[in-house]
Design a protein around this ligand. Structure first.
Ligand code: EPU
Length: 449
């Protein structure tokens, strides 16, 4: 297939990185906050919105439903009308499977939703059985026809919902439905990612009554919600999953009242941490929240990086070749599966051998063939990879198959000898706001063509 213009990132190894980079709002939070806006008629304002293509797709999806959106300089003004079209068409859901999170809000507010079923992807199968079972516990019924899932709910009623696995999407969908259900809902074993904490804060600003309680989420349904992000006097939120401490710059309404501020992207942060780890140097990651990525910081410290987090951000320094470590992905607060491509890239040039175990998405090893093309010594066996560190990778033409894998190939290219061409850069655009420009600002030799 012919490559579209601008679909290739060209990067050349150039030694250490130095300077400061600003971390943007979290992709995996903002998409859910946008869906949550469907819960209330009126004008919602979101700030610290990353300029990424997944946000554009979510805008298209909401607009197809009749929502009006104005997007200016990292801000979204979202006007939700009284009546909307409750259908999410395949051509949009197919481009972004996170679209499925409109299901809960639509059922809660309109009692009906028709959403195209997302297919599998490069990670393997991506079922939504837990989303549906949890929503059924609140009283929704579903039927599948012609590739769409249609849900109806005369009235949602609070219930105890036990998630057998802490699925991020299922937690979000049922949380957004439960805030408007009649009575009390308890979600046992919910996902605890910081982005879930941000959604809880956002919903509470809309008037919901949701809180962390013991090993779950307790929600008292309310009849009406109102738009968030416009109340200058609202208390600042303390978003973050269970076990994260209150900080001032995490999600919430800024003091000037110009929108609900989306929390910082911990996966974008991990990308720059990996770049410093592989290339060496010292970089300040402004707005990065150390409390949201404690396990990763511990792992990178074990590998030889020096990382200090404070209220302004994270300073990361690497002065020597990293040492290998074993890595296993787990739901939060464990090491996120989204960090894994970066950790694998780092291990390819660390001294020693690291064993990487993927416990979330069985198919998430596809980029390893691309790293091998750069000289990486990696053997995979089921959901394990054994990575033997080489002194240096060598630049090569490679292809990005998904957002994080693509960014990891760019990071690997920064530390490789010679030139690396990463094709499929539009995958990277789904989740990165100016990766090329930000890395160039740190001294990397990187262009897009
Ligand atoms: N699962 C089921 N049934 C379900 C739901 C999930 O079997 O009904 C399984 C999945 O197949 C997978 C595991 O549970 O094996 C985890 O899925 P989860 O629902 O937790 O993930 P998600 O909501 O689909 C989000 C992020 C992913 C991130 C995962 C895990 C968004 C938009 N996506 O996906 O992020 O990897 O949580 O933390 O929030 C990315 O940003 O590039 C990305 C892929």
């Amino acid at each position: 297939m012919a490559q579209s213009a601008g679909d290739v990132i060209v990067v050349r190894g150039n030694g250490g990185l130095d300077g400061e980079v600003c971390i943007g709002g979290a992709k995996n939070s903002v998409l859910k906050l946008m869906a949550a806006c469907l819960l209330a008629e009126g004008r919602h304002v979101l700030a610290n919105v990353p300029d990424i293509s997944d946000v554009s797709v979510m805008c298209e999806l909401l607009e197809a439903m009749g929502v009006s959106i104005t997007r200016t300089d990292h801000c979204l003004v979202i006007d939700v009308p009284a009546e909307i079209n409750t259908e999410a068409p395949y051509h949009l859901v197919e481009r972004m499977r996170a679209s499925i999170v409109v299901l809960g809000p639509l059922l809660a507010r309109f009692g009906a939703a028709r959403v195209a079923l997302p297919g599998g992807d490069d990670f393997g199968p991506r079922p939504i059985d837990m989303h549906l079972r949890a929503l059924e516990s609140l009283g929704a019924t579903f039927r599948t026809s012609h590739g769409d899932i249609s849900g109806t709910a005369e009235a949602l009623t609070g219930a105890e919902i036990v998630l057998e696995y802490p699925s991020v999407g299922a937690t979000e969908n049922v949380l957004m439905a439960a805030v408007r259900a009649k009575g009390r809902t308890r979600i046992v074993n919910p996902a605890r990612e910081p982005e879930i904490g941000d959604l809880v804060s956002f919903l509470n600003q809309m008037g919901a009554k949701a809180r962390w309680a013991g090993n779950g989420l307790a929600i008292e349904g309310v009849e009406q919600l109102s738009p968030a992000g416009q109340h200058a006097s609202s208390p600042r939120s303390t978003a973050g999953g269970i076990g994260t401490s209150a900080r001032t710059e995490v999600g919430g309404t800024p003091a000037d009242g110009d929108g609900y501020r989306v929390i910082s992207d911990r996966i974008e942060t991990a990308t720059y941490l990996a770049a410093v780890g592989m290339c060496g140097g010292s970089v300040f990651l402004r707005h990065a929240v150390g409390d949201h990525m404690t396990m990763l910081i511990r792992k990178l410290t074990e590998m030889g990086m020096h990382i200090v987090a404070d209220a302004e951000g994270i300073r990361a320094t690497a002065t020597q070749r990293l040492t290998s470590a074993d890595v296993a992905t787990l739901p939060y607060p464990g090491l996120a599966t989204d960090y894994k491509p970066f950790l694998v890239a780092m291990l390819t040039t660390a001294s020693g051998v690291g064993i990487v175990t993927e416990n979330i998405f069985t198919g998430r090893f596809r980029y390893i063939d691309e790293l091998r093309r750069m000289g990486a010594d990696i053997r995979t066996e089921g959901h394990h990879a054994v990575v033997r560190g080489a002194e240096r990778l060598s630049g090569a033409p490679v292809r990005a198959h998904d957002i994080r894998a693509g960014a990891a190939l760019v990071v690997a290219g920064l530390a490789a000898e010679g030139e690396t061409e990463v094709a499929g850069a539009t995958h990277i655009d789904r989740g990165y706001d100016d990766l090329t420009g930000k890395l160039a600002g740190l001294g990397a030799i990187i262009t897009r063509r």
